[in-house]
Design a protein around this ligand. Structure first.
Ligand SMILES: *[C@@H]1O[C@H](CO)[C@@H](O)[C@H](O)[C@H]1NC(C)=O
Ligand SMILES: *[C@@H]1O[C@H](CO)[C@@H](O)[C@H](O)[C@H]1NC(C)=O
Length: 367
């Protein structure tokens, strides 16, 4: 039970934070050991997740896509060292959120055929690596678009109804926490395509993305979701792959890509606020991932990291999905010293900091 109240990784601090989590609401001893406080008497029935590789626990294992992470060294620090399809060395944000909300340790992939009704009742992830708000993003890798994910969500609702009836299903659907992590692939990949770049400038394209994002939230709302968290974009220009591609000889952060992320973020926040006003009974929460990830990248040592400009896998400069090979002897031995696991995705340790930051600041806004 105690474990559910904290999202801790280092054992020596865990016992301290367990005590703290009983006594102190919203306080924090150490960045990885903050107790997450839900409002009194609140029980979250389920966590339901949509988006891209940041929160795909292996949906892509079950479809014919080039975007997969179900082979070593992915999952190297996961329980049993299994490569589940998660795009990291260990757990991903959806898992850490469910853990912090006291629901379960892992949020499974909706497409996993071994799921039992209990797994469905406590939440799943519909996310698919390579997806984005732009419908073209998923098609580039034959991944599941957000529209596909909504279709799966509707199917999920039918399954719940068949298992526990209409009323219990509506209670679960309305009281659960929803998270949408998307948009990165749109800017780093899809926006570079001639059919996008030649047709739209950054200003227009980021507005289109924000429109797609708000439409998606409205569709979730129409299906009964009420508590919906939407992330903004991380500092994309500082992802190791983008430093390599666009950062020059010194692999600086790409100022242009960071700027594009900021332009999008500055539009998303007010749109989500007005959506919240417009949709009765909704709690639409803007989740800032830009700030905490930039904190880690700019001041790694302050947070216990040693390297933030390249990933752990291989040279760390370009390796991601199929390029991240188990046979690459350059891969780091201790991923917890790295902010990035591969050239695009953070390590579990970085994700813990990120999720803690989000929940500490924003969990109460869901209520
Ligand atoms: C479901 O809820 C409705 C409205 O509150 C109620 O009338 C009905 O009896 C409930 N059905 C069951 C099976 O509990
Ligand atoms: C972007 O394109 C739109 C529509 O074509 C135009 O009105 C706007 O001035 C352009 N913005 C910039 C910064 O070039």
């Amino acid at each position: 039970m105690e474990v559910f109240l904290t999202i801790g990784s280092s054992l020596h601090l865990k016992s301290i934070s367990i005590l703290v989590s009983y006594m102190v609401i919203g306080s924090c001893l150490h960045v990885y050991e903050c107790a997450i406080a839900l409002p009194k008497n609140v029980r979250v029935p389920a966590v339901l997740v949509f988006g891209d590789s940041i929160v795909d626990p292996g949906n892509n294992d079950f479809i014919n896509t080039i975007s997969k992470a179900n082979f070593p060294p992915y999952g190297r620090d996961f329980e049993g060292g299994v490569a589940t399809g998660r795009y990291s060395n260990g757990k991903i944000p959806s898992d850490l959120i469910a853990e912090a909300a006291g629901i379960k340790e892992l949020v499974p992939a909706y497409l996993d055929p071994s799921l039992q009704i209990n797994d469905l009742l406590t939440g799943v992830s519909f996310a698919s690596g390579a997806a984005g708000y732009d419908p073209i993003s998923a098609t580039l890798a034959n991944a599941l678009s957000l529209e596909d994910q909504l279709r799966h969500f509707k199917e999920y609702i039918s399954k719940l109804k068949a298992a526990v009836g209409e009323n219990t299903t509506s209670a679960i659907i309305s009281q659960s926490l929803y998270f949408v992590f998307a948009g990165s692939n749109d800017i780093t990949n899809t926006f570079l395509l001639p059919i996008r770049r030649l047709q739209y400038n950054t200003s227009v394209y980021t507005s289109m993305l924000v429109n797609w994002a708000t439409e998606f939230v409205q569709e979730l709302y129409a299906l009964g979701a009420r508590r919906i968290g939407v992330t903004n974009l991380p500092p994309l220009g500082c992802l190791p792959s983008q430093r390599t591609l666009n950062g020059g000889l010194l692999r600086d952060c790409s100022a242009e890509e960071n700027e594009n992320a900021v332009i999008y973020n500055n539009k998303l926040c007010p749109e989500l606020k007005s959506l919240k006003q417009k949709l009765p009974g909704s709690r639409i929460v803007h989740l800032d991932v830009y700030t905490p990830l930039l904190n880690l990248i700019m001041n790694p040592s302050r947070y216990g990291f040693e390297v933030s400009n390249r990933g752990c896998c291989g040279s760390g400069k370009i390796e991601v999905i199929a390029l991240c090979s188990r046979f690459d002897i350059r891969t780091c031995t201790d991923a917890s010293k790295f902010v990035f696991w591969d050239s695009f995705h953070p390590t579990e340790t970085a994700y813990r900091y990120l999720v803690n930051y989000l929940l500490q600041r924003s969990l109460t806004e869901f209520y």
